[in-house]
Design a protein around this ligand. Structure first.
Ligand code: PGA
Length: 251
């Protein structure tokens, strides 16, 4: 349905992993000038963000508060993450939805806050195994609900400054990757749902795939017409693997 050229994005989500040595490894090894044609973002735990300093790839956070600075112990605001150099913020990762009871409405609040701070939210959606096993209609119904929370909170203009990541929960950290066809089907569905809100926004939306992406499967996944890059967990902890995945996304 789309003719617009979208620049691929590869985001590494370290989750609660890594240390100062891994930060140094990335600073010394990852050179985004060798991967022109793809945007690269590394999302370490927030305590390490400032340690990246002046690098030629983007850094991002794994979560953010939907609220302004104030009495919210343990939380981090968009302003703070911006001040330490973040350009992107992941919101609504399934691990946060599960571990912290984040609803789709709350995730939409966070995404809106990130956009209003002039940063780019990477908004995660995706179904659990029992929904996948119930068939394609169930998957589409589940994703549609997650998207509705977004489209009822964010305007088409706000969504056009966002990125969506499709991460089937059954494929995260399990070694079970969605097949390229399964990924393409859901990505095309997401794009068509967004087109109900605004066709131009939908056609420009970067939709990343996440879930056991590795150097060996990245190229085939990224080769699908509606897959615009990836959100990488485990394989983003090794510079060689992450760089190989970034190279696979080059257009
Ligand atoms: P994974 O994680 O690549 O380790 O499956 C992806 C994610 O949760 O972002």
């Amino acid at each position: 349905m789309t003719t617009m050229k979208r620049k691929p994005l590869v985001a590494g989500n370290w989750k609660m992993n890594g240390d100062k040595a891994l930060v140094a490894d990335f600073i010394n090894t990852l050179d985004a000038t060798n991967a022109e044609g793809v945007d690269i973002v590394v999302c370490p735990p927030a305590v390490y963000l400032a340690a990246f300093g002046d690098v030629n790839f983007a850094i991002g956070a794994q979560d953010v508060s939907a609220l302004d600075n104030g009495a919210h112990t343990g939380d981090l605001s968009v302003e703070m993450l911006k001040e330490v150099g973040c350009k992107y913020i992941i919101v609504g990762h399934s691990e946060r939805r599960e571990d912290h009871g984040e609803s789709s409405e709350w995730v939409a609040e966070k995404a809106a806050k990130v956009v209003s701070g002039q940063l780019t939210p990477i908004i995660c959606v995706g179904e659990p195994l029992e929904v996948r096993e119930a068939g394609d209609d169930a998957v589409q119904g589940f994703i549609r609900e997650q998207l509705r929370a977004l489209t009822s909170k964010l305007s088409a203009d706000e969504l056009s400054r966002s990125v969506i990541a499709y991460e089937p929960i059954w494929a995260i950290g399990t070694g079970k990757t969605a097949s390229p066809e399964q990924a393409q089907d859901v990505h095309a569905f997401i794009r068509s749902e967004l087109a109900d809100t605004d066709a131009e926004m939908a056609s420009g939306m970067r939709i990343l795939y996440g879930g056991s992406v590795k150097p060996a499967n990245a190229q085939e996944l990224f080769g699908q017409p509606d897959v615009d890059g990836g959100l990488i967990g485990g394989a983003s902890l090794k510079t060689d693997d992450f760089i190989a995945i970034c190279q696979s996304a080059k257009i």
